[in-house]
Structure formats: structure tokens, C-alpha cells
Design a protein around this ligand. Sequence first.
Ligand code: IVH
Length: 672
Amino acid sequence: MPTAAKSIESEIKKLREEVLRHEELYYVHDRPEISDVEYDALVERLRALEEEHPEFRAPDSPTLRVGGRPAEGFEEYVHRRPMLSLDNSYNIEDLRAFDERCRKLADGRPFEYVAELKIDGLSLSVHYEGGVLARGVTRGDGRVGEDVTQNVRTIRSVPLRLKGAAGGEAEVEVRGEAYLSRKAFERINAEREEAEEAKFANPRNAAAGTIRQLDPKVVARRRLDLFAYDVLRGERKPFPTHWEALEWLAAAGFTVNPHRAKCPDIEGVIKFCNDMEAERDRLEYEIDGVVVKVNSTALQDEFGTTAKAPRWAIAYKYPARQATTQVEEIIVQVGRTGALTPVAVLTPVQLAGTVVARATLHNEDEIKRLGVKIGDWVNIEKSGEIIPKVLSVVTSRRTGEEKSFRFPKKCPVCGGVVSRPEGEVVSRCVAADCPAQLKARLLHYASRRAMRIEGLGDALAEQFVQKGMVRDVANLYDLKLEEVAGLERMAEKSASNLLAQIEASKTRDLPQLVYGLGIRHVGERTAALLARHFRSLEALRTATVEQIDDIHEIGLTVAESVRDWFDDEGNVELCERLRQRGVRTELAGGGVGAQADEAFAGKQFVLTGRLETLTRDEARALIEARGGRVTSTVSKKTDYVVAGEEAGSKLEKAQALGLKVIDEEGLKEMLG
Ligand code: IVH
């Protein structure tokens, strides 16, 4: 081979290994070393080189994740060993009864259980031939599934090539649960809302809908994940215990859920179930219970299965997150784009650990579909952190006293005209000066994923608007300490913290600013695409519809919406005032200062104890201004713990986890 070709081959190989390493850091270890932008750039470079030299593209290249062309539908695939379901148990007695049955079957022989989380997603079977991903299949009816290989390739926690000794296996099948994290689910629904598409009801539905998408590019964007829980060689389990199978899976490069326990008896299992129920809301994904399995493979084989489920395993299901309560009132909220959202005000009811007093009714059509009236008893559902929603009306409890709700013809806040274009489900207040829209725009601008101005919450935004202190987001940068300190329930200290936060927001990057402007149809992801493409607000302002539409992944609706926004002189003037006030309107990266920010970008800090020269809020603002994040709990995801005087349990936990602990001096050094 000529030397030039050789060096290209070796560059492709290096890039490939680099990308795979970063994927593993991100998806498996949850400790990314580079930003998403840098990662995307690496993949793009690899893709370009491979396109020029397809002969050097390896079968496990990460660029294959985004698949080729959309499939025409899916082929059926008969599972070599059926994918069974599980028997359910709903209380501790059921669990003890399961234990009794197992002990009877074991007939005096000792055995242990493995308890693991029951992830609320869909099960997948992934086949490897010679260590390379060969096929991905859905469960289907348990006997016959669908071949969704192209889509499974997009799941980054599914290795394209098995690692270590596992790579030498001729044929193995790995089973696991594919799911969408709460974060991915929320992002997808936010995008769907902007595109005015029907939202998914929960992460499980979204994951199930995603795996059957015909276009693998759509699947890749949605970011499915997988927790592996089983491995088969042919029809057999290759390890003497389930626990060893899990360890093999982790070593082969899969993500195995870290919350699992080997339990010598059912009491240990019960403790695990209770412990995890308390953790449930803090997990980044949804679970609906715990799966309990007999650890020994020999005993599993001996206990066997019924037609539907194994006798050696059981699902312990957590209580459903539904409740019944009464609708006291229906109110209509006005969002930043003027969208009117009806909300049911409920008689407060206890639901999965929180009190629920409101549930969304989405829009006028949804109220019609449900047939809900004021005074109705309704079934509501809460899943994770998501806003509760009304599922159905309990018509049998109607008394005849219920009142129909009339959707307003005018904006309930400003009295402005409401319009609902043909074919759309959303009604909007079209008044330019509607205070409800302004308040929602401020809150959006200040939100975590936009300019992240902590402390600027609902009550403050309301006061800013009502008192006429803020007429658009640029006015936030004109606020004076005395003015803010003079507001209700505002001490001087919190006022100065707020101003420090507002100041710090000036250094957020362009994607956050573009998102924060609240342009219709421009969600977080679109904002990032626009910012990366045009690199400055000025370039975006002057872009034509065609130029925007040309960006891969951006469609005409979005392009027109962006153009419309910048065609409004008021908006152009707003951008100019933001720039004059020192808000960053160009994409960061490159240039001086970028290097220093590297140390902070994407890193998680925890502040604990008393610092000498800085207040905690000041330290927080400084860290955040450089792109770091400050959280309150120490976990293995924490990058730095900044410990001052009398740092207590957080410091201990940090030391126990072997995290990097620095003092105030160390922080200042990092800040330069
Ligand atoms: S074991 C025969 N382990 O729950 C063994 N299943 O209700 C069956 N699931 O179809 C699978 N997390 O989709 C197992 N840690 C876990 C699981 C799990 C979620 C799902 C799986 C299965 C369903 C049964």
C-alpha cells in the first residue's frame, strides 16, 4: 500500500478509536472529557475520511450508527429462545410467596437472589457474530420480533464490537431494556411541541415509537439507551450465575445498571425494593419496579418456565402513579409564544410522594376529547418529574352539577385577540405587548437550558413585568441594585446575588442565547445547529430562508420562523441592545480565554463549608460564568468539591468516593 494511503488508514483508525473512547466515557461511565460540539466534530471528520476512502471503513465504525437509508418496514425474526415476560407481584406478601415457591423447588439446597431495577422501556435482543454487532431485534410477541438492526446501531450504549475477551465469541445474544432518559424524553417532547406534533405520553411510549421509526437518523437524534441484563450463547446461558453474566456484560462494553444487589434471602430483596423506591424519583430514567432473579443458572434451568414466564424470576411492581380527584376550576395559561394552555386546578391529592394540585389539559381539542367539565372527578397520572395530566373523566360520579368549560375567545391576561389557524390545535394570543407572554419569555430566557439565571423565578418575573421594570429580556441587564432590593420579599443580599447571576449570563454561549430568544420552532437542538452554523447572531440575522433551510436537519418551517423573527424590527433592535450590554453574541471556542474555560466547561462542582473571601453565591456565579455547573449533592458525577472551613458530610462523602477536593485557593487558581 502506498504511504499516503497507509497514513489515511491509520488516521481513520485513530479517529475511530478516539470516537469510541469518548462514547464509552459518555455513555457507559457518564464522565465525558469533551463537549458535544467537539465530539460531533470528531465524528464528522471520521465520516468525511471514510466517505473518501470507504475501503478503510471498519464494520464497527461509529459512523455506521446513523445508519444508511430508511428501511422499508421491518423483517420478522424468530427468536432462538423466546423472550418471555415476567409474573408480577404487587406487595411484600407476593414476594414472600414467590420465595416459598422457589425454596420448595430448590428442595433444601441453598441459593441466592439477584435484585435489579425494572427499567420502563422495551426489551431488545442484540446479536453479535465474531464480536461484531450483527442484528438487533424487538421482543415482538415474545416468539417473533422485528429486525431493527439499523436503529439498534444508533444506540451508543450498545457496543458495535464487543470488548476484551468477549470479542472472541463466535456468536452471542445480549438482551436488555432500551429506554429514553427523562432528559431525552423531555427534549423530544419540547421539540414536538414546537413543531406542533402530538407529544409522547411517557418515556416508554416514546422509546417504543422510536425503535420502530423507519428512518435511523431520527432514531439517532432521539438518543435511546440500553441497560443490558442477559446473555445467551445459542439457546443457553453461558455462566453459572446471573451475577457473572452481568459482570461479563459490563466487561464487554455494555451499560449494566449499577443499582443491583446479590441477596442471600428474600429479606435482602425486600430491603432493596424499599431502598430503590425511595430513590426512584432521583433516577435519570423511569423504572416501574424491581426484577428478582434466582442467581444460579443450574437452578433456573431446573425451575423452568410456564408458557408465559420463568418460575425463577418475578417482577415487584411499584404502586401506579395514578390517582382520582376533583376538578375545581379550569384556568388558561399564556406561554411565551402566546399559546393558551388550559390547566385543571385540582383538589390536592397525594401522588407518588408529592401533592398534586394541577394537571395539564394541553389544548381545546383535548378538553373536548376528554369531555371534562368543572366539578368532574378525573383520573390523573404523574410520571417522574413530568407535569401531571388528566387521563379520563369518571363519568359514573357525575351529579349533574358539573359545568362545561368554554375556551376563551380573548386572552385571559391581556384581553387581546386569540387566533387559532385552520388545522392547528393551539390557540394563541396575538397581542405584541401581552404581559403574560413577556413574563413567559423572561422565564424562558432565564431557564437552565437557556441563559441560566438562577433565582429569576415566577414571582420575580411577575413583579418585573407588573411594575414595568422590564419590557424585554435586554432590560434585565439594566436593573439596578436599589430597584431590585426594593421589591417584595427581596433582601439586599438576594438582590445582589440575582444581579451577579444576570451578569454571569452574559458569557453564556451562542446556542444558549439563540434558544433563550424564544423564536417559535427553535428548540435547544435547533438553536445549537443554527449557532454552530452561523457562528454569530449577526450572521444569523442576515441569513436567508434558503441558507437556513440548507442546514442539514433544519426544515422550511423552522427556517421561515427564524426569518420572520428577524424581520421584526423590534427583535433586531433587541439583539442590538443585548450586544451593547455585553451579552456574548458570537460562538465561543478558539481565541483567548477558550483555554481557561476548558477547565470548567461541563464540569460539576459542589461547594461545601465556609469560604474565606467569597460567598457561596459569588463562587457559584464565577464557576457558572465559565461554563461549570454547581450542584448541591456529591455523587460520582461530581468533578470538584470545593471545601471551605467546617466542611462536613459532603467532604467525607467526596473523600469516600475518591473525588478531587480543592480549597478556595485551588478554586481561585483555576479561575486564574
Ligand atoms: S428479565 C425472562 N430484567 O420487563 C426474563 N426484564 O415484564 C425476562 N425489564 O420483557 C426479562 N428491566 O422488557 C428483565 N432488569 C430487567 C428488566 C426487565 C425491564 C422488562 C423486560 C421484560 C419485562 C417483563
